[in-house]
Design a protein around this ligand. Structure first.
Ligand code: PEP
Ligand code: MG
Length: 889
């Protein structure tokens, strides 16, 4: 039979899954010989058994009784003993910290009789009655389900009668009356009496804490923090010690170092004559911990000693809760302390310097997400009010600007030197110039992989998307918030892409020193503090990682920045991004051409433009690989809008005019090309096989750019990548064309030009036939955006806004599979393709260039799957370097 209860002397910190964070650390402190009030822990297994069956697990109560007896004999008194009661606290403690989300019940063991005993032995009637009324109140609310406000109102009435606002001013007699009132409330509300039997109090308190695992608050918190719902909480039952027994008692919290900056020093708060709950709740003002040195020098010195012991033992920053009961110090909790991203980096470097941790352990303690936070400027929101709206935090950072409602206006104002925030219902590729011009993008629709989000992240631009409470009225150039506030064009807003919030006016910014350092390029730095710590973590990561890190970049500027950030090449140059703006017309002509002459004219116009693009990028990445992907345009992003054209024609007809001949011609062509689901339509290699001359034009542009760079003395390393391949025959045809054109270029330029040819693996069929495809491919690059879309059958453009929040709520997945790779499904295809691809071609180079390439959890997966590199947007390159290093530890 399972064992459900462990004494503090039996556990240890390696048992957190079973005993929870609090319980395992209490056991660890007990083992270290620190003064921990005795107690025991009910396991998470007991909780799960209770929640599964709805009943108390068989044998659990007997085990509790045994452990209780041990605590009683150590204390020399019994739970609730009338003349000198042993009192217990019952506290939750899950595997992962869920601060304040579950229940706690203190002072178990008090009843109408033992309260008198406690008054006598403690020498304080007030203390005894205050403890009893706390128990009745907590028990009534938590265990018996009485509305907590009823108790609060009763307290308020007494305080009003007394003419005070402080609980402390109520005396023993008033507290005794209050306790009777509380009991009456319970009776009235539940039809039941507050239980006088201490054992029954304990039993019901334990079950209530188990139940609080499924409370609404706890569930919500878990969802936000991605904590699984099926872990359950442990429960710690511990002898009460009291910080509210007079001026020689008190409670406090302490950190062994500054959790905000990681710097050494003693940080914490102390509250004389108070219980721990009073310190945390902030009802009364605390004093700095250093005050304790004056108030109680002996306890202060002991506390410092214990903190030193804990930090050395845990080899990390610890936070601590303690209570002093009449001059005796008790340790009530410790854990490795939460810290800011800055503190994490500084501390890791400091502990490595002190020889407390190895450099690799230091690296394990920082994270890519932390680094990403440090790269963005931040708002100082300490003095701001409520946000105007909230949305999805799609691309982190802080930006301030005047609201504009279309791309052209953004460009116009930015050109005049104004900072702007582009607000749209959603963005399309047409908005790109405006997005580039804007400081931030705010949309009322779409999720983390909506166009706005992906593009903004790629540009390192702040973005909040899916702010559904905003009604955006582009026509009238304004939006309305849920409370009816109307925001006109030109109004200044502050957009917090890290928190997903929008504030009115200009919230002050704090600059990122880390970004300035990274922007300056790795290597040359004389730095201090957090920047130095980041630099050291990155250097360590680079020395241990097995994954290379490349960037997704389409312009020489992005390529150069990526290189400064440490990219080892370009893993994805999306050529369709080069066809936006002015050039879109040429793509339109090429795709819609009715005759060969028209098409050849468009292709001929595109060739020199493309050549120039590639030359610039190859120059910026000289000596490093540059994977150029042949055109993959989802046609709806490139062709004129069908409805708009039809409306224009109909309007002209309604006016009795002849519609524009070009419009009519276009509409016919657009109708011919129209797709219901363009993401699964004439994209990628399919377009290359259907539009004569397209592949040849692009390959010629690449080949000529390579030749040009070679002639200029450079070391260009272009790789040609074919998108959306599902069958090896598609690749074979394109590959033959590539080789033909490159041979031609070599011939005409007089320089031998060769480029490896590879393919994206972004369709399940490609993954499933990877062995055959590898026969024609020198490299694979997983397009996990499309592979996720096609494996799940989720449209990347639509689902996030439509139903992902319901899926997240219901726990179908803890995080969007477009954000973090779905290891079980998509990941399985990746592993299969890696194995079969390498079996067919042992020297096959394999990377990934979907959004997942910059996601920490996914980077760890790609490491274990044996990929050669990940490729991500330039701004994620440092994050990917760090995580690739951590994955290799
Ligand atoms: C992908 O599908 O993962 C990919 C990188 O290509 P795109 O996002 O351009 O379709
Ligand atoms: Mg793709």
């Amino acid at each position: 039979m399972a064992r459900y209860v462990y004494d503090f002397t039996e556990g240890g910190r390696d048992m957190a899954a079973l005993l929870g964070g609090k319980g395992s650390n209490l056991a660890e402190m007990t083992r270290l010989g620190l003064p921990v009030p005795p107690g025991f822990t009910l396991t998470t297994e007991a909780c799960r058994a209770f929640l599964d069956t709805g009943g108390e697990p068989p044998g659990m109560w007997e085990e509790i009784s045994e452990h209780l007896t041990a605590v009683e004999s150590a204390a020399g008194r019994l739970l609730g003993q009338p003349d000198d009661p042993l009192l217990l606290s019952v506290r939750s403690g899950a595997r992962f910290s869920m601060p304040g989300m579950m229940e706690t019940i203190l002072d178990i063991g008090l009843n109408d009789e033992s309260v008198l005993g406690l008054a006598k032995v403690s020498g304080s009637k007030r203390f005894a009655w205050d403890s009893y009324r706390r128990l009745v109140q907590m028990f009534g609310r938590t265990v018996m389900g009485v509305d907590g406000d009823l108790f609060e109102r009763a307290i308020a009435a007494h305080k009003a009668q007394r003419g005070t606002r402080d609980d402390h001013d109520l005396d023993a007699a008033e507290l005794a009356v209050l306790t009777e009132e509380f009991k009456a409330i319970i009776r009235r509300e539940t039809g039941e009496d507050f239980p006088q039997d201490p054992a029954e109090q304990l039993r019901r308190a334990v079950l209530a804490v188990f139940e609080s695992w499924n409370g609404e608050r706890a569930r919500l918190y878990r969802r936000r923090e991605h904590i699984p719902d099926d872990l359950g909480t442990a429960v710690n039952v511990q002898r009460m010690v009291f910080g509210n027994l007079g001026p020689d008692s008190g409670s406090g919290v302490a950190f062994t170092r500054d959790p905000a900056t990681g710097r050494p020093g003693l940080y914490g708060d102390y509250l004389p004559d108070a219980q721990g709950e009073d310190v945390v709740s902030g009802i009364r003002n605390t004093v700095p911990l250093t005050e304790l040195e004056r108030l109680d020098p002996l306890s202060y010195r002991r506390l410092l000693d214990h903190m030193g012991t804990l930090e050395r033992h845990y080899r990390d920053l610890c936070d601590i809760e303690f209570t002093i009961e009449r001059g005796t110090l008790w340790m009530l909790q410790t854990r490795v302390g939460k810290r800011t991203a800055e503190a994490a980096f500084v501390l890791a470097a400091a502990l490595a310097d002190e020889g407390v941790v190895t450099p690799d352990e230091g690296l394990a303690r920082v994270s890519g997400e932390g680094l990403a936070q440090l790269m963005f400027p931040r708002f100082d929101t300490s003095a701001t009010g409520d946000p105007l709206a909230r949305g999805v935090p799609a691309s982190p950072g802080a930006a301030v600007g005047a609201v504009v409602f279309d791309s052209a206006e953004a460009v116009r104002r930015a050109a005049a030197g104004e900072k702007v925030v582009l607000v749209r219902q959603e963005t399309t590729p047409d908005d790109l110039p405006g997005m580039i011009a804007a400081q931030a993008v705010l949309t009322s629709r779409g999720g983390k992989t909506s166009h706005a989000a992906v593009v903004a992240r790629g540009m390192g631009k702040v973005c909040v998307c899916g702010a559904e409470e905003l009604a955006v009225d582009t026509g009238r150039r304004r939006f309305t918030t849920r409370d009816g506030t109307v925001v006109e064009e030109g109004t200044v807003l502050s957009v917090d892409g890290t928190a997903g919030a929008v504030y009115p006016g200009s919230v002050p910014l704090v600059d990122s020193a880390v970004m300035r350092f990274l922007e300056a390029g790795a290597g040359d730095h004389a730095t201090t503090g957090v920047v130095d710590a980041v630099a050291r973590a990155l250097t360590r990561a680079d020395s241990v990682r097995q994954l290379e890190v490349r960037a997704n970049a389409d312009t020489p500027e992005d390529a150069a920045r990526a290189r400064r950030f440490g990219a080892q090449g370009i893993g994805l140059c999306r050529t369709e991004h080069m066809f936006l703006g002015e050039r879109r017309r040429l793509v339109e002509e090429m795709v819609l051409a009715g005759t060969d002459v028209q098409r050849d004219r468009a292709l001929a116009a595109l060739l020199p433009l493309q050549r120039e693009d590639f030359t610039g990028i190859l120059e910026a990445m000289d000596g490093l690989p540059v994977t150029i992907r042949l055109l993959d345009p989802p046609l709806h992003e490139f062709l004129p809008d069908r409805t708009e054209l039809a409306v224009r024609i109909a309007a002209a007809e309604a006016r009795g005019e002849r519609p524009d001949a070009h419009d009519v011609e276009l509409l016919t062509a657009v109708n011919r090309m129209h797709e219901e689901n363009p993401m699964l339509g004439l994209r990628g290699v399919r377009l290359g096989l259907v539009v004569p001359g397209l592949v040849a034009m692009q390959v010629r542009a690449i080949g000529e750019a390579v030749a040009q760079r070679l002639l200029a003395g450079g070391a260009p390393r272009a790789e040609i990548m074919v998108p959306l391949v599902g069958d090896v025959r598609e690749l074979r045809i394109v590959r033959a064309e590539v080789q033909r054109v490159l041979a031609e270029v070599s011939e005409t330029s007089g320089v031998p030009v060769t480029c490896p040819v590879g393919t994206m693996i972004e369709l399940p069929r490609a993954a499933l036939t990877a062995g055959r495809i590898a026969g024609e491919a020198e490299f694979f690059s997983f397009g996990t955006n499309d592979l996720t879309q096609t494996t799940w059958g989720f449209s990347r453009d639509d689902v996030e806004a439509e139903f992902f929040s319901a899926y997240l709520d219901k726990g179908v997945f803890p995080v969007s599979p477009f954000e973090t790779l779905d290891r079980d499904g998509v990941g399985r295809l990746v592993r299969l393709a890696v194995a079969e691809g390498r079996a067919a071609r042992p020297d096959l180079k394999i990377g990934v260039c979907g959004e997942h390439g910059g996601d920490p959890d996914s980077v760890h997966f790609f490491h274990t799957a044996g990929l050669d590199y990940v490729s991500c947007s330039p701004f994620r390159v440092p994050v990917a370097r760090l995580e690739a290093g951590r994955a290799a530890l």
